[in-house]
Design a protein around this ligand. Structure first.
Ligand SMILES: NC(=O)c1ccc[n+]([C@@H]2O[C@H](COP(=O)([O-])OP(=O)(O)OC[C@H]3O[C@@H](n4cnc5c(N)ncnc54)[C@H](OP(=O)(O)O)[C@@H]3O)[C@@H](O)[C@H]2O)c1
Length: 424
């Protein structure tokens, strides 16, 4: 018996509010257009990143990737108020008119949340094993979201078995792969070991050698992946003096347990300047002037503007402080007015904005697509193999469990140690 497709629909302004909407008349689906794939989401993850898509959805066209279907019932048919957001993971190819990706293949990429099949036109990518979505309505989207990896037979059969078995590697692919991509781009191309090769910064801006790196939301997947890559650097080759994780009390035990950071401090219990001074007192450079010491703050989404607060204190004492904006916290969208009470960007602080898509385009320009993706896939399989110590994968099953996971984030119940992944 065919299933009744169901999708998640969100209130775009108050995206903590969601509904599951069924499409009992969706099947049978119309014939598939030429050069197209019909896919159905099978595995997705939910992290703070999905809420970031909602928060900045209008700026980056994230609400328009998966439009509200035409036969959606009221009130959810009102696309001005409601929308669908996106998630990373695997989908199965139900039908294909694109020979390279036959029916039964799997694809990994940017997917709709729900079981309603999606049709899109595609074209071959320049890298073997990848294709690009060519739908006109998706071309205003940053290119990284239109790039997919595919797995035809026989690897599709193996993948199907691994999905059925709720395999850890599949969960990591859905939860962490795109975060590792961002971290890899930062480590190799924005702040590379040879800072003269940075694709976007001047050498002195990109240089991390001997710097103190302070990471906010250090338990985030992207933060952990970045710190892990920095650890692998050789001394004298862009290696920071130390990488400090500044975590909320709730994330502290997990972040400590990962063993990825040289030091882990609490953002509520610790004081920024005492923290840095204490670290210096255990270090050979205790006598170096603070004006000579470089501090680089990476904010992967620390709560309530804590990274700005620390940046203000640290920047006042250490003039060579840089701030790197990567992520944002998950907070109740209906209390956005509270932002006025949050710490603001300190005057004079130099800020770099991380943009995975821009970095990817520049990285591919520097080394070519083939070399880039070979390097990235190798780095990713190493990281996945090693895993994150203490990280607990929580598999949910069915769209109702996605709804529950979404609600748990809204209630601020999801801890850094948990990876929410869903089989639909
Ligand atoms: N700029 C880019 O190109 C780019 C690319 C990829 C990802 N990102 C962003 O990077 C950030 C991290 O992504 P991720 O998938 O790695 O996130 P994640 O694993 O879900 O991040 C978890 C961390 O976020 C912090 N956090 C803040 N508010 C939270 C809340 N209400 N519930 C749970 N944790 C909360 C926590 O740190 P504390 O407990 O220490 O506060 C927690 O350890 C996201 O904002 C994402 O959008 C940006």
């Amino acid at each position: 018996m065919s299933e009744v497709p169901v999708i998640q629909i969100l209130d775009k302004k108050n995206y903590f509010k969601q509904a599951l909407v069924a499409y009992p008349n969706a099947l049978p689906l119309p014939p598939l257009a030429e050069s197209s794939l019909r896919i159905r989401t099978e595995v997705i993850s939910i992290t703070t990143n999905n809420f970031c898509y909602c928060k900045l959805g209008d700026v980056f066209n994230w609400w328009s990737v998966h439009p509200i279907p035409p036969d959606t019932p009221a009130p959810y048919s009102d696309a001005a108020t409601y929308g669908r957001i996106n998630a990373w993971g695997y989908a199965r190819v139900l039908e294909s008119t694109f020979a390279a990706v036959p029916t039964g293949s799997y694809v990994w990429g940017y997917l709709p949340i729900g079981t309603l099949p999606l049709d899109f036109r595609v074209a071959p990518g320049a890298v073997p094993g990848q294709f690009l979505v060519t739908e006109p309505y998706r071309q205003q989207l940053l290119p990284v979201y239109n790039r997919y990896t595919f797995f035809p037979a026989p690897s599709a059969a193996a993948l199907a078995d691994r999905i059925a078995a709720k395999d850890d590697g599949v969960a990591y692919d859905a939860l962490v792969k795109v975060m590792h991509l961002t971290a890899y781009l930062m480590d190799r191309f924005m702040y590379p070991a040879d800072s003269a090769r940075s694709v976007s910064l001047r050498p002195e801006q990109a240089d991390l050698s001997n710097a103190t790196v302070v990471v906010f939301a250090p338990g985030s997947k992207v933060g952990l992946a970045f710190a892990h890559l920095l650890r692998q650097r050789q001394k004298g080759a862009g290696k920071p003096r130390r990488v400090v994780g500044a975590a909320s009390e709730a994330s502290l035990p997990f972040v400590r347990g990962t063993g990825v950071y040289d030091t882990v401090v609490s953002t509520t219990a610790a004081d920024p300047l005492t923290t840095l001074a204490d670290l210096d007192s255990t270090n050979a450079d205790v006598n170096a002037e603070s004006k000579d010491k470089k501090v680089v703050i990476y904010d992967f989404g620390g709560r309530a503007g804590v990274a700005w607060k620390w940046a203000a204190a640290i920047g006042a004492k250490y003039p060579r402080t840089r701030y790197v904006a990567v992520g944002i916290e998950v907070s109740d969208p209906t209390t956005a007015g509270d932002a006025a009470q949050q710490p603001a960007k300190p005057d004079g602080l130099e800020v770099d904005q991380v943009n995975a898509d821009g970095m990817l385009t520049a990285a591919v320009g520097q080394v070519g697509e083939k070399e880039f993706f070979e390097g990235f896939e190798k780095s990713w399989s190493g990281f996945r193999e090693e895993g994150i110590k203490g990280f607990q994968i929580r598999w949910g099953e069915g769209i109702e469990s996605v709804k529950e996971g979404w609600d748990r984030f809204a209630r601020n119940e999801v801890t850094a140690a948990e990876g929410l992944v869903f089989k639909l």
